[in-house]
Design a protein around this ligand. Sequence first.
Ligand code: SAM
Ligand code: SF4
Length: 456
Amino acid sequence: MQSIVLKSINSLAPSYAPARLPSNGKQFHIWTIGCQMNEADSAKIAAILQEAGYTATSREEDADIVILNSCVVRQAAEDKVAGKLNALIQLKRQRPSVSVVLTGCMVTRQQEELRQRFPHVDLFFDPSDFDQLRQIAPELDDLEDDLQQLPHYYLPETTPGAAVTAFVPIIYGCNFLCSYCIVPYRRGKERSRPLLDIVTEVERLVERGVREVTLLGQTVNAYGHDLPGDGGLADLLRAIDAIPGLERLRFLTSHPKYMSDDILDAMAELPSVCEHLNLPVQAGDNEVLRRMRRTYSRDDWKKRISAARLRMPEVTVATDIIVGFPGESEEQFAQTRDLLADVGCDKVHLAMYSPRPGTLSARWEDDVPHFTKQRRHADLERQQERIATELNLPRLGQTVEVLVEQHAKGRWTGRTRGNTLVHFDDDRQLLGRLVDVEVTRTTPWFLIGQGVGSPR
Ligand code: SAM
Ligand code: SF4
């Protein structure tokens, strides 16, 4: 099955060799907030501008183009973007030639309100249409490439370790309408990328030194439902696993409704697919889940975790939780706390409910007081610290395989296949290598160790 998929891909894949324009002496700066999808979009914007001869700068005051990639999932994120945008008014006054660009989920189709609020912004662009970048970077017209098809990373050199990990979006948008969530209003309906495009992009990334790829989507395991034929995420995982040189394959975020046995079987069976599941539950009380419009029960979620653990006893689990959803009583909150204690996730992303204008739940009273949300958040944080301490403790003295991503503060940093962060000491040059690390200390959030054996 695997070899048939690979053969057809290799013979059909379009050869991709973009023409890079010579340096134009101009620089760009990108500021990103929010999810991995935004990070992937920012990487793609950078790749497109670099193809057209621009160079990246970490200093916005030196840039000819400043791009803010925004998030509006919670009010706090939106406030940060607005603050950052307002701070750029000064830069625009000093250098009117600088182009200020806003993209990401803050950009709506109706842009009148945004234009009035931020008149110093030159371009508001919808991240599903990279062609709009031509308006601020006219050099792009000299590239013959379809900008939409360019890979997400600009990796001209095969410097070992230059880019170790990469995000690759495989499905855009979301067909669910969770009552609290703004994403479907900003990112539209589900659109899966053709399987061949994705495989070709991963092949190119691997050729240029990438060793780990994370496939992205708001509902990544709904991949393929909108494509002709029967191909889904399991088929895509099989096709990518067959690419020589790819060490690790991950995917996020999964929706419990689509966490099929077929996908779990593929995870267990394929050597490159990491034993890590990102499966948000959001709440542990069935009535809250119903009002969130999540389409599953707490037992459905638990069963999916059990099905994953049955196939992969070592699988690690991450989940997302919202505390203080409208109407959430103490008893309902206790259901969430007990569910998390019962299941024992390795990682829990906690958020306090934040009403998002335009969503269904924003019409309901935000009746859980802020201090109650804070207390519930802190309760779960404390509980999770205990759980993660217990889960990590048995790793003391064990040897774990780490893919090394960076060197900072005198130490190497990387992740295990289960996505646990590891900091370790080693005098060798290890960027981009797979290294065995003997664990000398555990904490709830990361492991500490010493590199041993030969890096691969
Ligand atoms: N698609 C994923 C799913 O179905 O769980 C999550 C995508 S959402 C952009 C990322 C996380 O933000 C969610 O899992 C949720 O916990 C949190 N989130 C979304 N809307 C929120 C809101 N209105 N208030 C607080 N947290 C929110
Ligand atoms: Fe938002 Fe729900 Fe879609 Fe996730 S599944 S992006 S929470 S609407």
